[in-house]
Design a protein around this ligand. Structure first.
Ligand code: SF4
Ligand code: SF4
Length: 487
Protein backbone atom coordinates (compact mmCIF):
# COMPACT_ATOMS: atom_id res chain seq x y z
CA UNK A 1 0.00 0.00 0.00
CA UNK A 2 1.54 3.31 -1.01
CA UNK A 3 1.85 5.97 1.68
CA UNK A 4 1.86 3.49 4.53
CA UNK A 5 4.90 3.40 6.78
CA UNK A 6 7.66 3.58 4.24
CA UNK A 7 10.37 0.98 4.58
CA UNK A 8 13.64 1.99 3.02
CA UNK A 9 15.98 -0.47 1.41
CA UNK A 10 17.83 -3.05 3.41
CA UNK A 11 20.41 -1.05 5.43
CA UNK A 12 22.83 -3.97 5.23
CA UNK A 13 23.23 -3.17 1.52
CA UNK A 14 26.28 -0.95 1.42
CA UNK A 15 26.07 -0.28 -2.30
CA UNK A 16 23.59 -0.87 -5.10
CA UNK A 17 24.86 -2.72 -8.19
CA UNK A 18 22.14 -1.93 -10.73
CA UNK A 19 21.98 -4.37 -13.60
CA UNK A 20 21.46 -3.03 -17.11
CA UNK A 21 17.94 -3.41 -18.48
CA UNK A 22 16.04 -2.55 -21.66
CA UNK A 23 12.50 -1.32 -22.02
CA UNK A 24 10.32 1.73 -22.51
CA UNK A 25 11.17 3.35 -19.16
CA UNK A 26 14.87 2.77 -19.82
CA UNK A 27 14.53 4.40 -23.25
CA UNK A 28 12.64 7.36 -21.79
CA UNK A 29 15.29 7.82 -19.11
CA UNK A 30 18.09 7.67 -21.68
CA UNK A 31 16.35 10.17 -23.96
CA UNK A 32 15.71 12.64 -21.12
CA UNK A 33 19.23 12.24 -19.70
CA UNK A 34 20.73 12.82 -23.15
CA UNK A 35 18.61 15.94 -23.57
CA UNK A 36 19.58 17.33 -20.15
CA UNK A 37 23.27 16.52 -20.55
CA UNK A 38 23.30 17.86 -24.11
CA UNK A 39 21.69 21.15 -23.05
CA UNK A 40 23.99 21.49 -20.05
CA UNK A 41 27.26 20.77 -21.85
CA UNK A 42 26.53 22.16 -25.32
CA UNK A 43 24.26 25.08 -24.36
CA UNK A 44 27.12 27.49 -23.55
CA UNK A 45 28.69 26.83 -26.98
CA UNK A 46 25.64 28.08 -28.91
CA UNK A 47 26.41 31.49 -30.44
CA UNK A 48 24.19 34.54 -31.02
CA UNK A 49 25.48 37.61 -32.86
CA UNK A 50 24.72 40.81 -30.91
CA UNK A 51 27.19 43.05 -32.72
CA UNK A 52 30.64 44.31 -31.79
CA UNK A 53 31.36 44.88 -28.14
CA UNK A 54 28.78 42.40 -26.85
CA UNK A 55 29.11 38.70 -25.96
CA UNK A 56 28.12 36.32 -28.74
CA UNK A 57 27.10 33.49 -26.41
CA UNK A 58 23.41 32.68 -26.87
CA UNK A 59 22.76 32.29 -23.12
CA UNK A 60 25.21 33.86 -20.70
CA UNK A 61 24.69 34.83 -17.07
CA UNK A 62 27.35 37.50 -17.17
CA UNK A 63 28.25 38.23 -13.54
CA UNK A 64 31.04 40.66 -14.51
CA UNK A 65 28.71 42.98 -16.43
CA UNK A 66 25.64 42.16 -14.39
CA UNK A 67 23.62 41.04 -17.42
CA UNK A 68 21.63 37.99 -18.40
CA UNK A 69 22.23 37.57 -22.14
CA UNK A 70 19.46 35.67 -23.89
CA UNK A 71 18.79 35.25 -27.61
CA UNK A 72 17.17 38.56 -28.57
CA UNK A 73 16.98 39.95 -25.04
CA UNK A 74 19.18 41.28 -22.26
CA UNK A 75 18.16 41.14 -18.60
CA UNK A 76 19.47 43.73 -16.17
CA UNK A 77 19.98 42.97 -12.45
CA UNK A 78 16.71 44.71 -11.48
CA UNK A 79 14.85 42.32 -13.80
CA UNK A 80 15.77 39.24 -11.79
CA UNK A 81 12.05 38.83 -11.04
CA UNK A 82 11.75 37.13 -14.46
CA UNK A 83 14.00 34.37 -13.14
CA UNK A 84 12.06 34.27 -9.86
CA UNK A 85 8.78 33.92 -11.81
CA UNK A 86 10.27 31.09 -13.84
CA UNK A 87 11.43 29.30 -10.68
CA UNK A 88 7.99 29.70 -9.08
CA UNK A 89 6.33 28.26 -12.22
CA UNK A 90 8.83 25.36 -12.20
CA UNK A 91 8.19 24.70 -8.51
CA UNK A 92 4.40 24.61 -9.01
CA UNK A 93 4.84 22.33 -12.04
CA UNK A 94 7.03 20.04 -9.93
CA UNK A 95 4.46 19.95 -7.12
CA UNK A 96 1.69 19.18 -9.63
CA UNK A 97 3.64 16.42 -11.38
CA UNK A 98 4.65 14.91 -8.03
CA UNK A 99 1.06 14.92 -6.82
CA UNK A 100 0.00 13.11 -10.00
CA UNK A 101 2.95 10.79 -10.65
CA UNK A 102 5.02 10.63 -7.46
CA UNK A 103 8.79 10.89 -7.74
CA UNK A 104 9.08 10.93 -11.53
CA UNK A 105 11.26 14.04 -11.23
CA UNK A 106 13.69 11.94 -9.15
CA UNK A 107 13.56 8.95 -11.46
CA UNK A 108 13.91 10.71 -14.79
CA UNK A 109 15.23 14.26 -14.63
CA UNK A 110 16.90 15.07 -11.30
CA UNK A 111 20.59 15.95 -11.89
CA UNK A 112 21.52 13.51 -9.10
CA UNK A 113 19.89 10.67 -11.06
CA UNK A 114 21.21 11.81 -14.44
CA UNK A 115 24.82 12.18 -13.29
CA UNK A 116 24.73 9.04 -11.11
CA UNK A 117 23.69 7.05 -14.17
CA UNK A 118 26.65 8.42 -16.07
CA UNK A 119 29.01 7.36 -13.29
CA UNK A 120 27.41 3.91 -13.15
CA UNK A 121 27.74 3.57 -16.94
CA UNK A 122 31.45 4.35 -16.71
CA UNK A 123 31.75 1.80 -13.90
CA UNK A 124 29.92 -0.83 -15.97
CA UNK A 125 32.11 -0.05 -18.97
CA UNK A 126 35.28 -0.82 -17.01
CA UNK A 127 34.08 -3.41 -14.50
CA UNK A 128 31.22 -5.12 -16.31
CA UNK A 129 27.54 -5.56 -15.45
CA UNK A 130 26.14 -6.19 -11.96
CA UNK A 131 27.52 -9.67 -11.28
CA UNK A 132 31.00 -8.83 -12.59
CA UNK A 133 31.10 -5.66 -10.48
CA UNK A 134 30.02 -7.50 -7.34
CA UNK A 135 32.59 -10.21 -8.01
CA UNK A 136 35.31 -7.65 -8.55
CA UNK A 137 34.48 -5.82 -5.32
CA UNK A 138 34.59 -9.06 -3.36
CA UNK A 139 37.83 -10.25 -4.97
CA UNK A 140 41.17 -9.64 -3.23
CA UNK A 141 43.21 -6.66 -4.37
CA UNK A 142 45.44 -7.45 -7.34
CA UNK A 143 47.28 -5.24 -9.84
CA UNK A 144 44.50 -5.82 -12.40
CA UNK A 145 41.79 -4.85 -9.91
CA UNK A 146 43.77 -1.79 -8.86
CA UNK A 147 44.25 -0.76 -12.50
CA UNK A 148 40.52 -1.08 -13.22
CA UNK A 149 39.53 0.87 -10.13
CA UNK A 150 42.14 3.57 -10.87
CA UNK A 151 40.94 3.89 -14.48
CA UNK A 152 37.34 4.19 -13.26
CA UNK A 153 38.17 6.92 -10.77
CA UNK A 154 40.26 8.73 -13.38
CA UNK A 155 37.32 8.75 -15.83
CA UNK A 156 35.02 9.81 -13.01
CA UNK A 157 37.34 12.70 -12.20
CA UNK A 158 37.48 13.74 -15.85
CA UNK A 159 33.67 13.68 -16.00
CA UNK A 160 33.50 15.73 -12.78
CA UNK A 161 35.96 18.33 -14.09
CA UNK A 162 34.14 18.58 -17.44
CA UNK A 163 30.91 19.11 -15.49
CA UNK A 164 32.55 21.85 -13.38
CA UNK A 165 33.90 23.52 -16.52
CA UNK A 166 30.53 23.36 -18.31
CA UNK A 167 28.86 24.91 -15.27
CA UNK A 168 31.36 27.81 -15.36
CA UNK A 169 30.80 28.30 -19.10
CA UNK A 170 27.25 29.50 -18.36
CA UNK A 171 28.77 32.45 -16.46
CA UNK A 172 31.87 33.26 -18.54
CA UNK A 173 32.08 33.21 -22.36
CA UNK A 174 32.68 29.48 -23.06
CA UNK A 175 35.60 29.70 -25.55
CA UNK A 176 37.33 32.37 -23.43
CA UNK A 177 36.84 30.38 -20.22
CA UNK A 178 37.96 27.10 -21.86
CA UNK A 179 41.13 28.81 -23.10
CA UNK A 180 41.72 30.29 -19.63
CA UNK A 181 41.36 26.87 -18.00
CA UNK A 182 43.58 25.12 -20.54
CA UNK A 183 46.31 27.76 -20.24
CA UNK A 184 45.92 27.88 -16.43
CA UNK A 185 45.23 31.60 -16.67
CA UNK A 186 41.70 31.51 -15.22
CA UNK A 187 40.92 33.79 -12.30
CA UNK A 188 40.36 32.56 -8.72
CA UNK A 189 36.57 32.56 -8.85
CA UNK A 190 36.56 30.55 -12.09
CA UNK A 191 38.80 27.92 -10.52
CA UNK A 192 36.62 27.95 -7.40
CA UNK A 193 33.49 27.43 -9.50
CA UNK A 194 35.07 24.56 -11.46
CA UNK A 195 36.53 22.83 -8.41
CA UNK A 196 33.42 23.15 -6.20
CA UNK A 197 31.14 21.71 -8.91
CA UNK A 198 33.69 19.04 -9.87
CA UNK A 199 34.12 17.94 -6.24
CA UNK A 200 30.33 17.89 -5.66
CA UNK A 201 29.78 15.89 -8.86
CA UNK A 202 32.44 13.33 -7.99
CA UNK A 203 31.19 13.02 -4.42
CA UNK A 204 27.44 12.88 -5.17
CA UNK A 205 27.48 11.08 -8.54
CA UNK A 206 30.45 8.76 -8.02
CA UNK A 207 30.70 8.03 -4.31
CA UNK A 208 27.36 8.82 -2.67
CA UNK A 209 25.17 7.85 -5.64
CA UNK A 210 21.78 6.35 -4.71
CA UNK A 211 22.45 6.91 -0.99
CA UNK A 212 21.83 10.60 -1.56
CA UNK A 213 18.32 9.85 -2.93
CA UNK A 214 17.57 7.30 -0.21
CA UNK A 215 18.93 8.94 2.92
CA UNK A 216 19.77 12.60 2.30
CA UNK A 217 17.47 14.22 -0.23
CA UNK A 218 14.71 16.21 1.52
CA UNK A 219 12.58 16.13 -1.64
CA UNK A 220 11.89 12.42 -1.10
CA UNK A 221 10.21 13.27 2.22
CA UNK A 222 8.51 16.44 1.02
CA UNK A 223 6.96 14.89 -2.06
CA UNK A 224 5.57 11.99 -0.01
CA UNK A 225 3.33 14.54 1.69
CA UNK A 226 1.97 15.62 -1.71
CA UNK A 227 0.66 12.24 -2.72
CA UNK A 228 -2.77 10.81 -2.05
CA UNK A 229 -4.75 7.78 -3.11
CA UNK A 230 -4.89 9.00 -6.71
CA UNK A 231 -1.12 9.52 -7.10
CA UNK A 232 0.21 7.07 -9.65
CA UNK A 233 3.51 5.46 -8.65
CA UNK A 234 5.32 2.31 -9.59
CA UNK A 235 3.68 -0.51 -7.64
CA UNK A 236 3.72 -4.27 -7.54
CA UNK A 237 0.39 -6.03 -8.07
CA UNK A 238 0.62 -8.18 -4.97
CA UNK A 239 -2.87 -9.62 -5.45
CA UNK A 240 -1.71 -11.08 -8.73
CA UNK A 241 1.92 -11.80 -7.88
CA UNK A 242 1.61 -13.46 -4.47
CA UNK A 243 2.36 -16.04 -3.26
CA UNK A 244 5.58 -15.64 -5.19
CA UNK A 245 7.83 -18.47 -6.34
CA UNK A 246 7.89 -21.21 -8.94
CA UNK A 247 4.80 -23.37 -9.08
CA UNK A 248 5.46 -27.06 -8.59
CA UNK A 249 3.34 -30.01 -9.67
CA UNK A 250 1.10 -30.92 -6.77
CA UNK A 251 2.23 -27.86 -4.86
CA UNK A 252 0.12 -24.96 -3.64
CA UNK A 253 -1.23 -22.42 -6.11
CA UNK A 254 1.27 -19.69 -6.82
CA UNK A 255 1.02 -16.13 -8.01
CA UNK A 256 2.52 -14.69 -11.15
CA UNK A 257 5.79 -13.56 -9.53
CA UNK A 258 8.34 -16.33 -10.00
CA UNK A 259 10.73 -14.59 -7.59
CA UNK A 260 13.45 -14.19 -10.20
CA UNK A 261 14.51 -10.95 -8.39
CA UNK A 262 15.29 -9.25 -11.69
CA UNK A 263 13.21 -6.26 -10.59
CA UNK A 264 15.43 -5.83 -7.52
CA UNK A 265 18.66 -6.36 -9.42
CA UNK A 266 17.98 -3.62 -11.97
CA UNK A 267 16.85 -1.11 -9.34
CA UNK A 268 19.26 1.83 -9.11
CA UNK A 269 18.50 2.22 -5.39
CA UNK A 270 18.44 -1.50 -4.56
CA UNK A 271 14.74 -1.37 -3.62
CA UNK A 272 12.48 -4.41 -3.64
CA UNK A 273 9.24 -2.89 -4.87
CA UNK A 274 7.41 -6.10 -4.00
CA UNK A 275 7.70 -5.13 -0.32
CA UNK A 276 5.38 -2.16 -0.96
CA UNK A 277 5.90 1.56 -1.30
CA UNK A 278 9.32 2.67 -0.15
CA UNK A 279 10.78 6.12 0.22
CA UNK A 280 13.89 4.72 -1.45
CA UNK A 281 11.97 4.19 -4.71
CA UNK A 282 12.61 7.01 -7.16
CA UNK A 283 9.79 5.94 -9.50
CA UNK A 284 12.09 5.28 -12.45
CA UNK A 285 10.12 2.29 -13.76
CA UNK A 286 13.18 0.12 -14.45
CA UNK A 287 11.73 -2.70 -12.34
CA UNK A 288 8.67 -2.65 -14.62
CA UNK A 289 11.01 -2.88 -17.61
CA UNK A 290 12.70 -5.89 -16.02
CA UNK A 291 9.50 -7.72 -15.12
CA UNK A 292 7.63 -7.26 -18.40
CA UNK A 293 9.86 -9.66 -20.47
CA UNK A 294 9.65 -12.25 -17.68
CA UNK A 295 5.86 -12.13 -17.89
CA UNK A 296 5.95 -12.28 -21.68
CA UNK A 297 8.24 -15.29 -21.53
CA UNK A 298 5.78 -17.01 -19.19
CA UNK A 299 2.91 -16.10 -21.48
CA UNK A 300 1.29 -13.93 -18.80
CA UNK A 301 0.05 -10.38 -19.07
CA UNK A 302 2.60 -7.68 -18.38
CA UNK A 303 1.88 -5.04 -15.75
CA UNK A 304 2.74 -7.08 -12.64
CA UNK A 305 4.84 -4.02 -11.83
CA UNK A 306 3.40 -0.83 -13.28
CA UNK A 307 2.36 2.74 -12.56
CA UNK A 308 -0.78 2.55 -10.45
CA UNK A 309 -2.63 4.60 -7.84
CA UNK A 310 -3.20 3.54 -4.26
CA UNK A 311 -6.93 3.58 -5.00
CA UNK A 312 -6.30 0.84 -7.53
CA UNK A 313 -4.32 -1.14 -4.96
CA UNK A 314 -7.29 -0.91 -2.60
CA UNK A 315 -9.52 -2.21 -5.35
CA UNK A 316 -7.07 -5.08 -5.83
CA UNK A 317 -7.29 -6.02 -2.18
CA UNK A 318 -11.07 -5.96 -2.32
CA UNK A 319 -11.07 -8.07 -5.47
CA UNK A 320 -8.66 -10.53 -3.90
CA UNK A 321 -10.93 -10.95 -0.91
CA UNK A 322 -13.86 -11.76 -3.15
CA UNK A 323 -12.15 -14.06 -5.58
CA UNK A 324 -10.90 -17.59 -5.21
CA UNK A 325 -8.59 -19.00 -7.79
CA UNK A 326 -8.24 -22.66 -8.47
CA UNK A 327 -4.64 -22.32 -9.48
CA UNK A 328 -2.67 -25.26 -10.65
CA UNK A 329 0.65 -25.22 -12.49
CA UNK A 330 -1.29 -25.69 -15.71
CA UNK A 331 -3.94 -23.08 -14.98
CA UNK A 332 -4.26 -20.21 -17.40
CA UNK A 333 -2.51 -17.01 -16.52
CA UNK A 334 -4.03 -15.14 -13.64
CA UNK A 335 -5.57 -11.93 -14.93
CA UNK A 336 -4.50 -8.58 -13.60
CA UNK A 337 -6.71 -7.42 -10.78
CA UNK A 338 -5.77 -3.79 -11.26
CA UNK A 339 -8.74 -1.62 -12.04
CA UNK A 340 -8.16 0.03 -15.40
CA UNK A 341 -6.87 3.59 -14.99
CA UNK A 342 -9.73 6.01 -15.08
CA UNK A 343 -9.29 8.88 -17.48
CA UNK A 344 -10.48 11.78 -15.36
CA UNK A 345 -9.31 15.29 -14.78
CA UNK A 346 -7.50 15.54 -11.49
CA UNK A 347 -8.13 18.70 -9.46
CA UNK A 348 -4.43 18.84 -8.59
CA UNK A 349 -3.43 18.54 -12.21
CA UNK A 350 -5.92 21.16 -13.37
CA UNK A 351 -4.98 23.63 -10.61
CA UNK A 352 -1.22 23.15 -11.16
CA UNK A 353 -1.54 23.44 -14.94
CA UNK A 354 -3.73 26.56 -14.60
CA UNK A 355 -1.31 28.17 -12.13
CA UNK A 356 1.75 27.42 -14.28
CA UNK A 357 0.01 28.61 -17.45
CA UNK A 358 -1.19 31.78 -15.69
CA UNK A 359 2.27 32.59 -14.34
CA UNK A 360 3.95 31.90 -17.69
CA UNK A 361 1.43 34.04 -19.59
CA UNK A 362 1.82 36.86 -17.08
CA UNK A 363 5.60 36.63 -17.31
CA UNK A 364 5.50 36.54 -21.10
CA UNK A 365 3.37 39.72 -21.08
CA UNK A 366 5.66 41.49 -18.60
CA UNK A 367 8.70 40.36 -20.60
CA UNK A 368 7.26 41.59 -23.91
CA UNK A 369 6.43 45.01 -22.39
CA UNK A 370 9.84 45.50 -20.74
CA UNK A 371 10.98 49.11 -21.20
CA UNK A 372 14.17 49.70 -23.17
CA UNK A 373 14.66 53.00 -21.34
CA UNK A 374 14.40 53.57 -17.60
CA UNK A 375 15.01 56.72 -15.59
CA UNK A 376 15.36 57.68 -11.94
CA UNK A 377 15.58 61.27 -10.65
CA UNK A 378 16.95 62.46 -7.36
CA UNK A 379 16.61 66.05 -6.19
CA UNK A 380 19.80 67.61 -4.80
CA UNK A 381 19.35 68.48 -1.13
CA UNK A 382 22.00 71.03 -0.24
CA UNK A 383 20.73 73.43 -1.09
CA UNK A 384 17.32 72.31 -2.28
CA UNK A 385 16.49 75.64 -3.95
CA UNK A 386 18.73 78.52 -4.99
CA UNK A 387 17.46 82.10 -5.51
CA UNK A 388 18.86 83.58 -8.72
CA UNK A 389 19.59 87.29 -9.28
CA UNK A 390 16.70 87.54 -11.78
CA UNK A 391 14.20 86.47 -9.05
CA UNK A 392 13.78 82.92 -10.30
CA UNK A 393 14.47 79.71 -8.34
CA UNK A 394 16.77 76.89 -9.38
CA UNK A 395 16.63 73.24 -8.28
CA UNK A 396 19.28 70.63 -9.08
CA UNK A 397 18.62 66.94 -9.96
CA UNK A 398 20.60 63.84 -10.76
CA UNK A 399 19.04 61.78 -13.53
CA UNK A 400 20.05 58.16 -14.07
CA UNK A 401 19.23 57.32 -17.68
CA UNK A 402 19.49 53.62 -18.57
CA UNK A 403 19.64 52.65 -22.22
CA UNK A 404 18.76 48.94 -22.19
CA UNK A 405 19.16 48.47 -25.92
CA UNK A 406 22.28 47.36 -27.76
CA UNK A 407 22.43 50.62 -29.80
CA UNK A 408 23.33 54.18 -28.71
CA UNK A 409 20.28 56.36 -28.03
CA UNK A 410 19.49 60.07 -27.79
CA UNK A 411 16.95 61.12 -25.21
CA UNK A 412 14.94 64.36 -25.22
CA UNK A 413 14.22 65.70 -21.72
CA UNK A 414 11.36 68.07 -20.98
CA UNK A 415 9.90 69.29 -17.67
CA UNK A 416 6.13 69.25 -17.05
CA UNK A 417 4.06 70.49 -14.12
CA UNK A 418 6.00 73.69 -13.37
CA UNK A 419 5.08 76.77 -15.40
CA UNK A 420 7.96 78.51 -17.13
CA UNK A 421 10.45 75.76 -16.29
CA UNK A 422 13.77 75.98 -18.10
CA UNK A 423 16.29 73.14 -18.22
CA UNK A 424 20.04 73.37 -18.06
CA UNK A 425 22.71 70.72 -18.43
CA UNK A 426 25.73 72.28 -16.67
CA UNK A 427 28.15 69.67 -18.02
CA UNK A 428 27.31 70.57 -21.63
CA UNK A 429 26.50 74.23 -20.88
CA UNK A 430 23.14 73.84 -22.64
CA UNK A 431 19.93 75.63 -21.69
CA UNK A 432 16.43 75.40 -23.10
CA UNK A 433 12.86 74.07 -22.76
CA UNK A 434 14.19 70.68 -23.84
CA UNK A 435 17.59 69.03 -23.56
CA UNK A 436 19.09 66.20 -25.60
CA UNK A 437 21.35 63.62 -23.96
CA UNK A 438 23.20 60.82 -25.74
CA UNK A 439 23.54 57.53 -23.84
CA UNK A 440 25.79 54.70 -25.02
CA UNK A 441 24.35 51.25 -25.75
CA UNK A 442 23.60 48.97 -22.79
CA UNK A 443 24.65 51.52 -20.19
CA UNK A 444 23.45 53.93 -17.54
CA UNK A 445 24.45 57.58 -17.65
CA UNK A 446 24.06 60.01 -14.77
CA UNK A 447 23.15 63.54 -15.87
CA UNK A 448 23.14 66.60 -13.64
CA UNK A 449 20.19 68.80 -14.47
CA UNK A 450 19.12 72.27 -13.33
CA UNK A 451 15.46 73.30 -13.52
CA UNK A 452 14.82 77.03 -13.20
CA UNK A 453 11.36 78.62 -12.79
CA UNK A 454 9.75 81.78 -11.39
CA UNK A 455 9.39 81.71 -7.60
CA UNK A 456 5.92 81.69 -6.09
CA UNK A 457 3.93 80.66 -3.07
CA UNK A 458 3.06 77.03 -2.55
CA UNK A 459 6.11 75.17 -1.20
CA UNK A 460 6.84 72.15 -3.37
CA UNK A 461 5.24 71.48 -6.73
CA UNK A 462 5.18 68.11 -8.48
CA UNK A 463 7.70 68.03 -11.32
CA UNK A 464 7.37 65.43 -14.08
CA UNK A 465 10.53 64.91 -16.08
CA UNK A 466 9.63 63.42 -19.43
CA UNK A 467 12.35 61.51 -21.27
CA UNK A 468 11.67 60.45 -24.83
CA UNK A 469 13.85 58.27 -27.03
CA UNK A 470 14.42 60.42 -30.15
CA UNK A 471 14.72 57.27 -32.28
CA UNK A 472 11.86 55.07 -31.13
CA UNK A 473 9.59 57.61 -29.43
CA UNK A 474 9.46 55.51 -26.23
CA UNK A 475 8.75 57.66 -23.19
CA UNK A 476 9.79 57.28 -19.56
CA UNK A 477 8.69 59.58 -16.75
CA UNK A 478 10.57 60.54 -13.59
CA UNK A 479 8.44 61.94 -10.80
CA UNK A 480 10.02 64.42 -8.41
CA UNK A 481 9.28 67.87 -6.89
CA UNK A 482 10.31 71.43 -7.61
CA UNK A 483 10.91 73.40 -4.38
CA UNK A 484 10.05 77.10 -4.15
CA UNK A 485 11.46 79.61 -1.67
CA UNK A 486 8.24 81.50 -0.79
CA UNK A 487 6.00 79.49 1.55
S1 SF4 B 1 10.84 -9.32 -12.06
FE1 SF4 B 1 8.66 -9.80 -11.91
S2 SF4 B 1 8.65 -12.04 -11.71
FE2 SF4 B 1 10.73 -11.40 -11.29
S3 SF4 B 1 10.78 -11.15 -9.06
FE3 SF4 B 1 10.27 -9.15 -9.91
S4 SF4 B 1 8.04 -9.11 -9.86
FE4 SF4 B 1 8.64 -11.25 -9.63
S1 SF4 C 1 11.72 0.10 -7.19
FE1 SF4 C 1 11.48 0.23 -9.41
S2 SF4 C 1 10.73 2.32 -9.80
FE2 SF4 C 1 11.54 2.23 -7.71
S3 SF4 C 1 13.63 2.95 -7.91
FE3 SF4 C 1 13.69 0.71 -8.01
S4 SF4 C 1 13.58 0.27 -10.20
FE4 SF4 C 1 12.98 2.40 -9.95
Amino acid sequence: MPFDAAPIRDPSQRKAYPQSVAGPFRRTKTALSSLILGLFHLGPWLRWDRGAGFPDQAVLLDLDRGRGWLPGAVLWPDEVYHLVGLLIAAAIALFGVSALYGRVWCGFTCPQTVWTELFVRIEALLEGDRNARMKLDQAPWTVAKLARKAAKHLLWLILAVVTGASWTFWFVDAPTAAHAFLTLSAGPWMWTSLLVIAASTYLLGGLTREKFCVYMCPWARIQTAMGDLSTRSITYDAARGEPRGKARAGGPPMGDCIDCTLCVRVCPTGTDIRAGYSVSCINCGLCADACAPVMRKLGRPTGLIAFAAAAEAEAEAAARAERTYALTPTAPARPSTRTPPRRRLSAKGVISAAAVTGILLLMAGVFALRPSLTVAAQQERSPVAVALADGRVRNGYRLNLSNRTLAPATYVITAEGVDGAELRNPAEDETGQTLRVAVAADSTQTVRLFVTAPDGAGGNRPLHLRIQDAGTGEVAMAETVFSLLKH
